[in-house]
Design a protein around this ligand. Structure first.
Ligand code: BES
Ligand code: ZN
Length: 635
């Protein structure tokens, strides 16, 4: 038996048995923090974190747009508990060499790449000594590196320069950096990145505000973060400062519009700090990326990545920015230990986002936003309950053997937020806010599971206030518990009534005085969503045309409204919309918009044919995240 084979067998048995790490938990006594050995199993990583774990990575990266690949060295500084194997996660990477030792004093190391799993990728097992603390992995990304979106100039706003951005969450970091890709471990990082000199590089780290002549950039992230938050964007970028510690990046041709849209950024930071304590990341900037970005926003620390569909021209979609900012506490500071606990990131963030919106724009607006989300939750519960995994309506998920992306539903987001809203209503805002402040403070720069949160909630909020609460039902039960708070919004209901009136044949566009005539700017985006959603699915084409004639939904430039309108149009057989739908799907790559449109089209044979035609054309321009979802849908 050769040495490498033996090493491989050994490694495999380790990989199968040891995805555990320890979780830090609070003792009864505030002052004594103890580490209890409650193992956290992360089913989505091969890393043997309890034996050896990265504490710092230095990245040496060269971004090559001609071959669309990144040539990299990932220099891991480890905490080694005396093991002889270090296991990393890799997927779609070409590994060229692994060494042990400090830079310049390196020795080649034996390594073996295990069997590739279609979701997780493969374990990269490196043979080390019990005192090894530096492991360097020399690698190259490939066309299978799904985190990366390489854009030709034509897909940018300026049309002159190429663009690259990464998307790490949930388990895509392993496709562009060999890492121990589990949210239960936190690391600091630094990077040296070389890019073509006409481009600027930015990371989720301390960033430059100007291009430099050589195209060589250095980055530092000094606060420990989970690796899914390592991010890079490279393009023809410019910066505008908005406030004391905030600003925006985007292509030069858009910088003015973007700065105008996000003018409230500094105020938002102030409101968030007022609610839940100090912003721990020093600077908060937003970069508006090209249209292919698959999300509305991604909370990369210090630098939120945002979709250009947020630039609606009327500041009506800034709630997404409030959301990503809120992640600077829930998610980035206090992090879900595994993707089964995803609601701890997103549920808290949606709750917090709504509180920021309330601080800035009042309770009436905040309630309308929450009600729109609640409608989406109800629809999703219905769908999940009738699908293959009805247990996906539990807040605590069980995603073993599945893509963590499957957990990205309104359950984590909105059921999670309504759980917290219900708690708030039960104990009162003052006590609830004090609890959340303490929670963030206790767990900052740590990770936790749902079970640990449950215990913390009981000990720190429910018991002291002598409150009986159906926590278990919320966390581990299906659908919505009966005690969920009920929001009432006269404005929301007003728009629903307007929809009913219109459907019943009333002329809603008539008014005695000119200034009372119904125009689109009379209501905010989410009120129009409530209106469109309330229209009957079999409404006449004439009526839909009338609305387009008066309010121009079909081409209004607000992607939220357009999506809602296209869905209704398809359901009602308003086929004249097809050119608009096709243009939209060829421009926007945000999954939240693509999915409902393609899904509705896929429901009948004729529309499915049209959907497939459009998709064939548009697919190359979507990020792999959106491609994967639509491939599954339209296959
Ligand atoms: N962190 C998420 C995006 C994400 C989740 C990416 C899971 C990959 C895996 C981000 O904060 C988010 O929730 N974005 C939403 C914003 C919305 C809820 C306001 C989006 O993109 O639509
Ligand atoms: Zn989020």
């Amino acid at each position: 038996m050769n040495k490498l084979y033996l090493f491989f067998c050994l490694t495999l048995s380790i990989a199968l048995s040891s995805c555990d790490s320890q979780e830090i938990t609070e003792n009864e006594d505030e002052s004594k923090k103890v580490i209890i050995s409650q193992p956290v199993r992360d089913a989505h990583s091969y890393a043997n974190l309890d034996e050896i774990r990265t504490k710092h990575i230095h990245l040496d990266l060269e971004v090559d747009f001609t071959t669309k690949s990144i040539y990299g060295i990932a220099r891991h500084e480890m905490v080694n508990n005396g093991t002889d194997t270090a296991i990393f996660d890799i997927k779609g990477l070409e590994i060229n060499r692994v060494t042990i030792g400090k830079e310049g004093n390196e020795a080649n190391a034996d390594y073996v790449i295990g069997k590739e799993d279609p979701i997780l990728g493969a374990p990269l097992s490196v043979k080390v000594d019990s005192n090894t603390t530096f492991i360097n992995i020399y690698y190259k990304t490939t066309s299978e590196s799904n985190a990366l979106d390489w854009l030709d100039p034509i897909l940018t706003n300026g049309k002159k320069h190429p663009y690259l951005y990464t998307q790490g969450q949930a388990i895509l970091t392993r496709t562009w950096i060999p890492t121990q890709d589990s949210p239960s471990n936190r690391i600091t990082y630094s990077a040296d990145v070389k890019v073509p000199k006409e481009l600027m590089a930015l990371m989720s780290a301390k960033n430059p505000t100007k291009k430099n002549e050589k195209g060589e950039y250095h980055f530092e992230m000094k606060q420990p973060i989970p690796v899914y938050l390592i991010a890079l964007a490279v393009g023809d970028l410019s910066y505008r400062k908005l406030g004391k510690n905030s600003g925006v990046y985007t292509e030069p041709s858009m910088i003015g519009k973007v700065a105008w849209e996000f003018a409230d950024l500094q105020k938002m930071i102030g409101a968030a700090e007022e609610l839940y304590g100090k912003y721990e990341w020093e600077q908060y900037d937003v970069i508006v990326l090209p249209y292919s970005f698959p999300f509305g926003g991604m909370e990369n620390p210090r630098l939120t990545f945002a979709n250009p569909t947020l630039i609606a021209g009327d500041r009506s979609l800034v709630t997404v920015i409030a959301h990503e900012l809120a992640h600077s506490w829930s998610g980035n500071l206090v992090t879900n230990a595994t993707w089964d606990d995803f609601w701890l990131n997103e549920g808290f963030t949606v709750y917090f986002e709504n509180r920021i919106m309330e601080s800035l724009y009042g309770k009436e607006v905040a309630d309308i936003l929450a009600l729109i989300e609640f409608q989406e939750l109800e629809m999703e519960i219905e769908e999940i309950s009738n699908g293959m995994h009805p247990e996906d309506t539990y807040l605590k998920l069980a995603l073993d053997g599945r893509d963590p992306d499957d957990g990205m539903t309104q359950i984590a987001y909105v059921k999670g937020a309504f759980f917290l809203k219900t708690l708030e209503e039960t104990v009162g805002r003052e006590k609830f806010d004090a609890f959340i402040n303490k929670y963030f403070d206790t767990y900052k720069f740590k990770t936790l599971t749902t079970e640990t949160f449950e215990k913390y909630l009981t000990e720190n909020l429910l018991k002291p206030n002598k409150i009986k609460f159906n926590t278990k039902e919320w966390l581990y039960g299906k659908g919505m518990p009966k005690n969920c708070v009920k929001l009432v919004s006269p404005r929301f209901e007003g728009l629903q009534k307007l929809a009913d009136d219109f459907a019943a044949g009333k002329n809603i566009f008539y008014a005695k005085r000119k200034k009372d005539v119904l125009t689109r700017d009379k209501y905010i985006t989410q009120e129009w969503l409530a209106f469109i959603r309330k229209l009957p699915r079999d409404i006449s084409i004439d009526k839909l045309k009338k609305l387009d004639e008066k309010l121009n939904f079909k081409n209004c430039g607000n992607a939220e409204i357009m999506t809602e309108w296209y869905v209704l149009g398809i359901q009602a057989g308003y086929t004249e919309l097809r050119p608009n739908i096709s243009a939209f799907l060829n421009k926007v790559g945000r999954r939240k918009f693509l999915l409902p449109i393609y899904k509705t089209l896929a429901k009948d044979a004729e529309n499915l044919k049209f959907a497939r035609q459009v998709y064939k054309q548009a697919r190359p321009y979507y990020h792999s995240v959106s491609q994967k979802t639509m491939d599954d849908l339209l296959k």
